[in-house]
Design a protein around this ligand. Sequence first.
Ligand SMILES: C[S@@+](CC[C@H](N)C(=O)[O-])C[C@H]1O[C@@H](n2cnc3c(N)ncnc32)[C@H](O)[C@@H]1O
Ligand SMILES: [Zn+2]
Length: 301
Amino acid sequence: MKTRYRSFLAGVAVGGLAAAAARRYRTGKIRTAAWQNQFRPALDVLACPACRGTLEMNLMPGEPEYRCPRCQKVYPVVGGIPHFIQTEELTGWNKRFAGMYDIFSWGYRAFSKLAFAWIGMSEERARREITDRLAPNGGRVLEVSIGPGVNLPYLVNRRDVGEIYGLDISPGQLRRCRDYIAWHGWPVQLQLGNAEQLPYLDNTFAGVFHVGGINFFNDKRKAVEEMIRVARPGARILICDETERGAQVYERIFPMFKQATGGAAREPVRAPVELIPPEMANLQVFEVWKGWFYCIEFTKP
Ligand SMILES: C[S@@+](CC[C@H](N)C(=O)[O-])C[C@H]1O[C@@H](n2cnc3c(N)ncnc32)[C@H](O)[C@@H]1O
Ligand SMILES: [Zn+2]
């Protein structure tokens, strides 16, 4: 009797697991199909990150690839995401953070909600404190370091926001972002790339923003120059990251973050305002999120 009862329970457990796996597989397929419908070649927006030339698309069996006729570099599309870097070739901070965010991507969205609850703000209010400052007048918007897409809900339904592009260095974060976008059916285009060598044509975006990564980029100056290069004249650019107060708390909560940054051994964090060229207009530096983050805002003349 006991043995029969046990086999019955085991049968129920195996059946349940098989049903869950089948559901997961089916949902994955639906999401991938949804994503593929949203993917746009965007040859009017993308550029070779190495030589900045316009790209062509090779239609391959399976997924397409981009090719640069000028320098002959080839960029594959993997799971609906064009890859403009090879993560094995990253170095320094960029390598450490790409790896760290790949691991952390599974919990990033939940962490973001908890972090805002802890500082006593709703995520919506906090995110809008930054995104509402963009004024793209119907033009394209780029988020550099989009992560799993936590700022998207506050952009996608805005009438003054045109097509949205998101770039990140972590394939794990971008896969989460892709599934999130496909789930909602949002027409957002994603690229795997490095903020220091953006894969976009000059003067393309009517709004460019970055939240949460620049403090520990290998080359902040290059990243700022790139955000300016791809912005259209008149575009507002926002660059935001933790203040020293924010960085210390991250380091206390996440040992991985401390390992990556060096903790007490590193230089104190501050807004890199000296990197903004003097010809930029309307420069402002201020704190958001109750002082946990700084923002640098300016307009490309
Ligand atoms: C703290 S998360 C911010 C995510 C999102 N923007 C937000 O507001 O929560 C920092 C992101 O920066 C990305 N990142 C780090 N170094 C980068 C680089 N050199 N180029 C592009 N993205 C980078 C990480 O992969 C990660 O997704
Ligand atoms: Zn090229």
